[in-house]
Ligand binder design. Structure first.
Ligand code: FAD
Ligand code: TPP
Length: 298
């Protein structure tokens, strides 16, 4: 009887205490008032101390960005990357050019294998398209020939994707049969200049105006995956996902396509579809009117 513990509340405190006590041999009953998980206001920040504590509890932090309780809610960089990491092989080589979203992407990838996370110290954007092909070529060469190397996944900002000259990248990818998976992070334009501006002049004129006035908005955004598919002469998997339901449908198809030797470009529409291209059979999405999305028909 002395070993029995009753804990009320299955939040982080209740769950952590339950795990710790159960490990010490106590018989723990945890009672939570709510029947299911639910959305809760949160800054989505995990401190270094919290990471250590979670690790000590045996929790795989990289999978924490897993599934939101509302699968129709807009994607964010963390929930997206957690799913991409899960869908790709464990020994995937990651080619990351995610600009202001890099820390979210890096947190969720949490690479453990040497030489599996490739970034660039320089400031010139647009290298990751050609680099992803080069990495795939090199890995194939190291592992015995075409198709024998590791899976390569490029995660790239939408502005940076355009800098990478996708017309050339996916033409070459198809011409020389170098399949890679590309995830385009569509946050509707350039976020970095706003960050820089706010660092220098947090209360300046620019801090008071929207992205259109700063000329860093891409609305209406281009059809990123369609550009790649056209360059590859149609021989490329192309899709657009704006929420978890769409992502869970499309991501396995994209990964399978790359495994079968056909490159794939998946545009992830972050933080909602407002102002973002909605698919060949749909219409442009402007001012919140949601069109048809999904995989490209042709
Ligand atoms: C706006 C906001 C943003 C935040 N952002 C961050 C962040 O970015 N990073 C971070 O690390 N922390 C953040 N926090 C703090 C973090 O959410 C809390 O520190 C943490 O949730 C506290 O955990 P807890 O288990 O003590 O309480 P809770 O998470 O509140 O859990 C208590 C649980 O007890 C249940 N319960 C209550 N009464 C009963 C009952 N009678 N019977 C059974 N069950 C019951 C409730 O349903 C609930 O599930 C934020 C908090 C707020 C308010
Ligand atoms: C070739 C090149 N042109 C311009 C810049 C300046 N620049 C730095 S970040 C950035 C925006 C990148 O946009 P995006 O890839 O969408 O990432 P986000 O800022 O939205 O995270 C620009 C234009 C640069 N670094 N390199």
């Amino acid at each position: 009887m002395q070993d029995e513990v009753l804990i009320l509340g299955g939040g982080v405190a209740g769950c952590a205490a339950s795990i710790a006590l159960a490990r010490k041999g106590r018989s723990v009953t945890l009672i939570e008032r709510e029947p299911t998980s639910r959305h809760k206001v949160c800054g989505e920040f995990l401190s270094g101390e919290a990471l250590e504590d979670l690790h000590a509890l045996g929790i795989d932090v990289a999978s924490l960005g897993a599934l939101p309780s509302d699968l129709s809610a807009p994607l964010n960089a963390s929930t997206l990357t957690a799913q991409v990491r899960k869908a790709c092989p464990l020994d995937t080589i990651w080619c990351i050019e995610a600009v202001t979203l890099t820390s979210f992407v890096a947190d969720q990838i949490s690479p453990t294998l040497p030489h599996s996370f490739i970034n660039c110290g320089g400031g010139g954007l647009g290298w990751s398209g050609g680099a992803a092909l080069g990495i795939k070529l090199a890995s194939d060469f190291e592992n015995g020939g075409p198709g024998k190397g590791k899976f390569v996944c490029q995660i790239v900002g939408d502005g940076t994707y355009l800098f990478s000259v996708p017309g050339s990248v996916y033409w070459i990818s198809q011409r020389y049969k170098i399949p890679v998976l590309t995830i385009v992070l569509n946050n509707k334009g350039w976020n970095a200049p706003r960050r820089s501006l706010l660092l220098v002049h947090p209360d300046g004129e620019g801090s008071k105006v929207g992205n259109e006035e700063l000329n860093i908005s891409f609305t209406p955004t281009p059809d990123y995956a369609g550009i790649a598919k056209a360059a590859a002469g149609g021989n490329l998997w192309a899709g657009i996902a704006g929420n978890m339901t769409e992502l869970m449908d499309l991501l396995p198809q994209a990964v399978e396509s790359v495994r079968n030797g056909i490159g794939a470009v998946l545009e992830a529409q972050l933080d909602g579809t407002d102002g973002k291209y909605a698919g060949r059979s749909g219409k442009l999405v402007v001012n919140g009117a949601v069109g048809i999305k999904g995989q490209h028909a042709g």
